[in-house]
Design a protein around this ligand. Structure first.
Ligand SMILES: [Zn+2]
Length: 322
């Protein structure tokens, strides 16, 4: 799972269908009568018939795809037709049979995420939503008894006080390295003391076989690229400096690109970059090769970080907070 900042993407506002008067009114009826059968998938998927092509379109899904670069919000695999998943289950809860589900959040924009079929259903998340804090079991009310719709946002109280185990890519910051570590097998491991990383892996089954293979492929790609240049060096076709320059311009630059939010499994690529000596270096054949590659990467990393700081400062000066 990779951090996402939907709120910073003005090109992807709340889909009109979720904010329309008709939807608001229909939602009011659902809440008033606790009528979960009235929840309409055509609304939260944004389904409509395109008058030009006569084909079904799914406006909410299309917008979520744009925000998540065609990736599943949980496993980061590419999904051309992701499901519109409810972060908080809308109709029932695995952990508590008496809980009605978060039906009042069925059309809530911050509760909708794009997910692959496996992460959303199958052996993945389904209706799980375990928490550490205080469970919200009914729509929050204002002192006058009316429904407090401003409390529907997943990032505000009382929802945030539930302290969900499942990470939310737009509220939590998985990119900062505080929740997960990766092994060179592609396996993920939770590392935070509140066990949110570990629970997220469990809930979405993020160590399933196909994901392990795909993540391992990302690691192997970097190793194979490096090994190719090491062969040239061992055959005397590259000097140490030439090897470092080649690794810089081809391999390390590629490793930076793989961290882009549009890339599948980009959180792993960030981890590889930050833990190069742990993930990549041990897989190189000889001690001399490990030493020279490790030194070349350390040098590249210093320059890259300096460049990052420069651009960050430049953005600050220019008034952008990115
Ligand atoms: Zn997935």
């Amino acid at each position: 799972m990779r951090s996402n900042s939907r709120k910073k993407l003005p090109e992807f506002p709340i889909p009109e269908i979720l904010a329309s008067q008709e939807t608001t009114s229909a939602l009011g009826d659902i809440v008033e009568h606790v009528d979960k059968n009235a929840i309409n998938p055509n609304i939260y998927k944004g389904q409509f018939k395109d008058p030009a092509t006569k084909e079904d379109r799914f406006l909410v899904r299309e917008r979520l795809k744009g925000i998540y670069y065609n990736k599943c919000a949980y496993c980061e695999d590419i999904q051309n037709k992701p499901e519109v998943e409810h972060y908080r289950p809308k109709k029932k809860l695995s952990e508590d049979r008496n809980h009605p589900g978060y039906y009042w959040l069925c059309y809530e924009w911050t509760n909708l995420l794009p997910a692959c079929h496996y992460c959303n259903t199958d052996k993945g998340k389904r209706n799980q939503f375990s928490i550490r804090g205080i469970r919200v079991s009914a729509p929050p009310r204002l002192p006058d008894g009316s429904w407090n719709q401003s409390a529907n946002d997943a990032s505000v109280s009382p929802l945030i006080d539930e302290e969900p185990y499942l990470l939310h890519p737009e509220i939590d910051q998985p990119d900062d390295g505080s929740y997960f570590k990766f092994h060179n097998t592609g396996e993920m491991e939770g590392i935070d003391p509140k066990e949110r990383g570990e629970k997220t892996i469990e809930i979405c089954d993020l160590n399933r076989e196909d994901l392990l293979e795909k993540r391992r492929e990302k690691i192997v790609l970097v190793i194979e690229l490096i090994r190719g240049f090491l062969v040239l060096w061992s055959e005397g076709l590259l000097t140490v400096d030439g090897l470092a320059r080649a690794l810089d311009s081809i391999v390390f630059t590629k490793m930076v690109k793989l961290q882009g939010p549009d890339q599948p499994f980009s959180l792993l690529s960030i981890y590889i970059f930050e833990h190069f000596n742990e993930i990549i270096v041990p897989e190189l054949p000889t001690p001399a090769q490990r030493t020279v590659v490790s030194a070349a990467f350390a040098d590249f990393r210093v320059r890259f970080k300096r460049q990052q700081r420069y651009y960050r400062n430049l953005n600050l000066m220019l008034g952008s907070d990115d």
